[in-house]
Design a binder for this molecule. Sequence first.
Ligand SMILES: [Zn+2]
Length: 305
Amino acid sequence: MLVTSKHLLAKARRKKYAIPAFNINNLEILKAVMSAGEKMKSPIIIQTSEGAIEYAGMDYLIAMIRVASKGKIPVVMHLDHGKDLKIIFQAIQSGYTSVMIDASAFDYKKNVTLTKKVIAKAHPRGVSVEAEIGALAGIEDLVSVEARDAKLTDPDDAKLFVKDTGCDSLAVAIGTSHGAFKFKGKTHLDIERLKEIAKRVSVPIVLHGASGVREDIKKIAEQHGAKLGKARGVLDTDISKVIQHGVAKINIDTDLRIAFTAGIREAIDDMPTIIDPRKLLEGPMLLMREVAMQKMKLFKSAGKA
Ligand SMILES: [Zn+2]
């Protein structure tokens, strides 16, 4: 059933598990993660970025997610990284049950103003709002500790921001980044910083850029011609730690992309005579389903539906 994210995430934080938030942009990814959710009896957040909306069209995505949410498990329809107010308002009016306003690139004051604007439209319609403070991208390029600290979420700012805005959940920067190349050397999530944020902020905390970049799946892709170089993700042990300290929503996009790519490459290599897309997409869908199921076990959301 279609639900909002507010209570789902509050309960997850209280009980120390995290809801997986999967980015989808087509039918195959959606069916794969939904099938994982049904199998594992896990609540699930289906999220679409503005890029996904540009690719597939909001109406197509909404229609598909509505059908997907007719089963028994709780499903949240969430707008990921809303930056364009027009798109955010359209999502709120069209049936999304949760939206993110990402004004984290602006200064504190403008971030608060824009976030409040979205909340004013969302809350009367029962739509939950995720906001962000701190910056994820480019952290790796900042060598000095001072520069890195300036980008990561300041715990006191986080407290003030939640109070000033009234957001329902908060995305923070503690060292993760988007994409497949998260770390150059060893991984370094700032768990101490997260603990300080969790002490000050009672709303559920959201972790972006949290894919694991599984070696076994990367290998399948590379055996079939992909060149992924030093792609590296967040360690499973770090994911378990962040869930202990307030993180209740974990975004996964890259891991699904790698699984899709690995599966496609393998299918095309292994079945040179097949031209039926449905046959070629069977493998990628199974691989994405397996990745999603592993996340549900790791996040301890399995059995919580
Ligand atoms: Zn993100």
